[in-house]
Design a protein around this ligand. Structure first.
Ligand code: ZN
Length: 241
C-alpha cells in the first residue's frame, strides 16, 4: 500500500492511498481531510477527474463529518484570541436553560442545565450559539485592535475595519478598501487570525487571487502562507458552521 497526496483548490490536501486488488475509487473523511483509496497505477489526471465528478458529494461528506465532529463535555475550555477562556459546565439554577457570563478573572462560562444531554444536537447548537455570542461581545475591541496593529506592522496607512459574522468566509475586502472580519476569528490562535487579516490587507494592493497577490501575502507571512493556509483549513472550530 502506498500513500501520496493530491492538492485541490477547494478541499486542500487530499490523501491518496493505493490498495492492490481494488477495482474502484473509494473515499472517506478523516479529521476533516478527504482520503481516497484507489487501485494501483491510477494517474493524477484520472484522480482529478474523479474529484471533479464527485465534488458535490465530497462537499456533503465534509460538511457531515464536520457536523458530527462537534462535541462538548463538562470542563471543556475554549481558548479565545485575547488569551481568555470560555469554560463549559452545568448548572441547576435555571432548568432547561443555558446561562453564561464573565468570571471575576476575565474568563467566561457557559453552563447548561444539568438535565440537558451533551450529545443532543439541540444542546450542541445551544452551546455553539452561546460561545458565538461571547465572541461577538469581545470582537470589536480584540479583532479590530489586532487588525490595526497588523496594518501598522506592514506599513499600510489607511483602512477601515468592521466586524462581520462569516465562518466559511472569515474576511472580506470591498473595492473601496473596507475590510470585514468575522467575529469567529475570536476562536483562532493568534497566528491564524493574523493570517486572515494579512490576507485581506494584501487585497488592498491586489484585488484578486493571482500570483502577485500570493507573493505579497507570502511576504507578509514571512514565507508561511501555505503552512498557515493548511492549518486554517483543518482548524477544528469549537462552534457550528
Ligand atoms: Zn481573498
Amino acid at each position: 500500500m502506498g500513500k501520496y497526496g493530491l492538492e485541490d483548490k477547494e478541499f486542500g490536501f487530499i490523501v491518496v492511498s493505493t490498495r492492490r486488488g481494488m477495482k474502484n475509487v473509494r473515499t472517506c473523511v478523516k479529521k476533516g481531510v478527504i482520503e481516497m483509496h484507489v487501485p494501483p497505477g491510477i494517474g493524477y489526471d484520472e484522480l482529478r477527474r474523479v474529484v471533479e465528478q464527485n465534488r458535490e458529494r465530497l462537499r456533503l461528506m465534509l460538511a457531515r463529518a464536520e457536523k458530527n465532529g462537534l462535541r462538548y463535555k463538562v470542563g471543556d475550555v475554549v481558548r479565545c484570541l485575547d488569551g481568555s477562556s470560555i469554560v463549559i459546565g452545568v448548572q441547576s439554577l435555571c432548568p432547561g436553560k443555558a446561562i453564561m457570563g464573565e468570571c471575576a478573572d476575565g474568563n467566561f462560562y457557559v453552563n447548561i442545565s444539568q438535565e440537558m444531554v451533551f450529545s443532543d444536537e439541540n444542546v450542541i447548537n445551544l452551546i455553539s450559539r452561546c460561545l458565538k455570542s461571547i465572541a461577538k461581545r469581545k470582537a470589536d475591541a480584540v479583532i479590530i485592535g489586532m487588525a490595526q496593529e497588523t496594518m501598522a506592522e506592514i506599513g499600510v496607512k489607511h483602512c477601515r475595519f468592521i466586524i462581520g459574522s462569516g465562518l466559511r468566509k472569515l474576511g472580506h475586502c470591498t473595492p473601496k478598501g473596507e475590510i470585514q472580519l468575522s467575529y469567529n476569528l475570536m476562536f483562532l490562535p493568534r497566528h491564524l487570525a493574523r493570517f486572515v487579516i494579512l490576507h485581506e490587507l494584501a487585497h488592498l494592493t491586489h484585488f484578486n487571487h493571482g500570483s502577485e497577490f500570493h507573493d505579497l501575502l507570502n511576504r507578509y507571512c514571512g514565507g508561511n502562507e501555505r503552512l498557515w493556509n493548511a492549518e486554517l483549513k483543518h482548524f477544528n472550530w469549537p462552534v457550528r458552521m
